[in-house]
Design a protein around this ligand. Structure first.
Ligand SMILES: *Cc1c(COP(=O)(O)O)cnc(C)c1O
Length: 619
């Protein structure tokens, strides 16, 4: 894998050129240059880079695809969409999104009071707002206030009691009323790990019996004219399109039936979210079995068929896909701090005058490896290591012998890889797991890729440069939390190979792509590592370098992190100072210096800034 499967997951958002990952726009800008520039200004540690032009690109793709299908099938309804805020609520994502959707029927979806406040403040006034999730009276009130502001807002009812509350609030507040949507409970299910939102046992939605009751209530309270939308959501990251087609048939028929019951203003079928993102880097491991155009074509065609059969008007199509719009806009860049076996250097060998026989043999293997015997010697040396470690456990060899064993075996591995470098990787793939290199990354997977930890979701990862050189090391990735779950281990079926870097002398950065959906707000502060330093890259041809760095926000400093946990940070500072003051035998000058250093550290973020290897300070 030289190209890290970029053709599967990047859709030309990023391309490889001159051995570097570059932005796939007119001016090809290398990510490594952007990273160097920002690091030169003193921002170390992991960086989250946002690309607002990719938000625009996804919104355009979505609308173009649906509008093309609508034209193709001569469909009479319109296409509208909202972005579900739960996917990414950060202002540096939402503000560009709102700007990019100025000329579109594209609004925001809220699932909580706080999200609704964001939607009310930022949604373009003619664009739609939808409100899903459980609602109390206050939240419904908020919906009426939005409606008073002139927003085109639809409250989607998840249960009959919410409808009762709407009827009460309508009596109190009077018009203008928000529109009302009903979430229907389907017996169709989504697929994949996120499928729990659909199906007859799902957490949300009205059963057919409840739907009939709801219509009765709406009519009785003269609110039936507000009822304009039915809604379903079969789950995120729909991998297979067939459950969606089933759900569409079910929803389409419910739509037609409800209209026949006198729901005259019902004219929207909201198909929820779930449009999948292709995360795979490996042929044969696709995350979805359809394209966007098939998806939009199927939706339009299904609804057209049902409307025709039931002789009803073709409904407007409404979609709430969030992952599809947000995922590609953000890239996490993590500096590599260390390669685990780097310390196994020939100079570290301390061979004795008389070494155990197996160690002499290891030395022999190391000195005499050639291409013909490489694999055989490698196997022998791994066997020898097993035996030597057993001998150590039994007390027959000492710590120096054990250290020599480790060094020699790692030297043999490196030599074999060097010798076989130009051969097909398959030859040594069988043992790659045993000879993998561990790369320590300056980031937290818990903070920046929680779905990796929680759901086993893999994100495309690749080095930002050196792509002209064949990567030779099978790699496992380790973050800097002290949690053994903070590891992305080497997988024989979907292998990751990285370069053998002397990190003392050169920098090496890995990019994790498609991390723009869900990861940020779900990210947790395990070990108190917080949201990384972030910034946006605005493409701008007037600039010499072709871009501007904007909205730079440094990761929270240590005092703020502790403040978030409700520590009294003044008390912490006071205690630290007191403890230094209390030390006897230290000069006042020295104490002052130590205290100064402490204060600086408290004002910086908690990611690693420097790491000292063999006395040389880097990063
Ligand atoms: C989460 C959610 C979405 C967004 O789903 P994606 O998979 O991100 O497209 C849409 N609608 C509802 C009701 C949701 O709960």
């Amino acid at each position: 894998m030289f190209d890290y499967g970029i053709k599967f997951w990047s859709k030309d958002d990023f391309v490889i050129e001159d051995g570097k990952v570059k932005i796939g726009a007119n001016r090809k800008i290398a990510l490594i240059d952007v990273v160097s520039k920002v690091r030169e200004s003193g921002y170390k540690g992991p960086l989250l880079i946002r690309f607002p032009h990719l938000i625009q690109k996804q919104i355009d793709k979505l609308f173009n695809s649906f509008n093309t299908s609508i034209k193709q099938y001569k469909y009479k309804g319109n296409f509208k969409a909202v972005f579900p805020l739960k996917v990414n609520q950060f202002p540096n994502f939402i503000l560009p999104l709102v700007e990019a959707s100025m000329d579109r029927d594209y609004g925001l979806e809220a699932g909580s009071k706080a999200e609704l406040i964001i939607a009310m403040a930022y949604t373009n006034i003619n664009s739609p707002i939808t409100v899903n999730g459980f609602k109390d009276k206050e939240m419904i009130n908020l919906g009426f206030i939005a409606s008073n502001m002139g927003h085109n807002i639809t409250l989607t009812i998840e249960g009959l009691n919410e409808l009762q509350t709407i009827i009460e609030v309508a009596k109190d507040m009077g018009s203008p009323y928000p529109n009302i949507g009903l979430r229907i409970r389907l017996h169709s299910m989504g697929s994949g790990v996120w499928a729990k939102s659909g199906g007859i046992n799902s957490k949300f939605g009205l059963t057919s019996t409840e739907l009939l009751e709801a219509v009765k209530l709406l009519k009785k309270s003269n609110l039936i004219s507000q009822f304009s939308m039915i809604h379903f959501h079969i789950g995120s990251q729909i991998s297979d399109i067939s459950p969606l087609k089933k759900a569409l048939r079910e929803a389409g028929n419910i739509y037609a039936e409800l209209r026949k019951m006198g729901c005259e203003n019902l004219n929207i079928v909201n198909i929820g979210g779930g449009l999948a993102v292709e995360y795979t880097q490996h042929q044969g491991y696709n995350n979805r079995n359809y394209t966007l155009d098939e998806f939009s074509g199927d939706v339009v065609f299904s609804l057209k068929e049902i409307a025709k059969n039931k002789k009803e008007k073709e409904p407007d199509i409404f979609i709430e896909s969030g992952r599809f719009v947000a995922a590609s806009h953000a890239v996490l860049v993590a500096p590599v701090l260390e390669l685990f076996s780097q310390e196994y250097d020939e100079r570290a060998l301390r061979l004795k005058d008389k070494n155990p026989k197996l160690i002499e043999e290891l030395l022999d293997l190391y000195n005499s490896i050639d291409e013909r015997h490489a694999m055989e010697y490698l196997h022998d040396s791994l066997d020898h290591m097993e035996s030597l470690l057993t001998l150590f456990d039994l007390g027959y060899i000492d710590l120096q012998d054990r250290s020599n064993t480790e060094i020699l075996v790692h030297l043999i591995i490196k030599k074999v890889i060097r010798i076989l470098k130009h051969k097909n990787h398959n030859e040594i793939l069988q043992i790659q797991e045993q000879i993998q290199e561990r790369y320590l990354l300056n980031c937290s997977f818990f903070q920046s890729m929680p779905d990796y930890w929680g759901l086993g979701q893999n994100f495309p990862v690749m080095p930002l440069d050196k792509l002209n050189t064949r990567p030779t090391r099978s790699a496992s990735l380790w973050d800097i939390t002290c949690d053994s779950d903070g590891e992305i281990s080497f997988n024989k079926n979907t292998p990751l190979f990285l370069h053998d870097i002397d990190i003392k002398n050169e920098e090496y950065f890995l990019g994790f792509f498609l991390v723009g959906a869900y990861q940020e707000v779900l990210g947790m502060k395990h070990n108190l590592f917080t949201h990384p330093t972030e910034f946006s890259i605005i493409l701008d041809d007037d600039e010499d370098c072709g871009y501007l760095v904007e909205n730079l926000l440094e990761a929270q400093n240590i005092l703020d992190v502790l403040d978030d946990l409700d520590y009294d940070t003044k008390d912490i500072e006071r205690r630290l100072k007191q403890r230094i003051d209390d030390v006897e035998n230290l000069s006042d000058e020295y104490k002052k210096e130590v205290l100064g250093q402490l204060y600086i550290m408290l004002s910086e973020n908690g990611y690693l800034r420097t790491i000292t290897i063999s006395g040389k300070s880097i990063k």
